[in-house]
Unconditional design. Structure first.
Length: 168
């Protein structure tokens, strides 16, 4: 598949792996390293050898392996549930890996408070990006399935399309 993506001119490969539970990695981090890390290293190297980037999606708390993911060359983390890990923990990886996130789908989407959604968007961008980049907004693909209202989705888009504190 990697060769076919490269042959088709793709810029990146994304995989949905969901390694995390609410409070920890799905398997012991030592087991993950012994069973998966080498395989993932080979896959990421193959992707990079073909001039593409690798994007890893994972729901849940994956803090225990983020250092490993950076070490093996994962370019982008696509995290739908950032609050499980917290910005304090994720912020330390700013500049080492790019984040490609929607607003947290578990905690922020159905709260009905547009102002808190906007504040969350600004905080996420401020804390996970660097002067060189490192953060990309991603609208959740199935907003109704996680109770994202039209107003909430519009608030997200406005927040990332305008500078903090300014509206158009």
């Amino acid at each position: 598949q990697i060769a076919l993506y490269a042959g088709a001119g793709a810029d990146a490969v994304i995989a949905w792996e969901d390694w995390g539970l609410q409070d920890r990695l799905m398997i012991d981090p030592v087991l993950w390293r012994s069973m998966y890390k080498r395989r993932m290293t080979d896959m990421v190297s193959s992707i990079h050898d073909r001039g593409m980037k690798y994007i890893l999606h994972s729901c849940g708390n994956i803090l225990d392996i983020i250092d490993d993911l950076i070490e093996i060359g994962v370019d982008v983390l696509q995290l739908d549930q950032q609050r499980l890990m917290g910005f304090d923990a994720l912020e330390r990886y700013s500049g080492s890996i790019c984040f490609f996130n929607p607003v947290d789908i578990q905690y922020m989407t159905d709260n009905g408070d547009v102002r808190s959604i906007e504040e969350y968007c600004h905080e996420m961008a401020d804390r996970l990006s660097t002067a060189k980049g490192g953060f990309m907004y991603k609208a959740y693909a199935q907003p109704k399935s996680v109770n994202i209202s039209s107003e909430g989705l519009l608030a997200e888009c406005r927040s990332f399309a305008t500078e903090k504190g300014k509206t158009e």
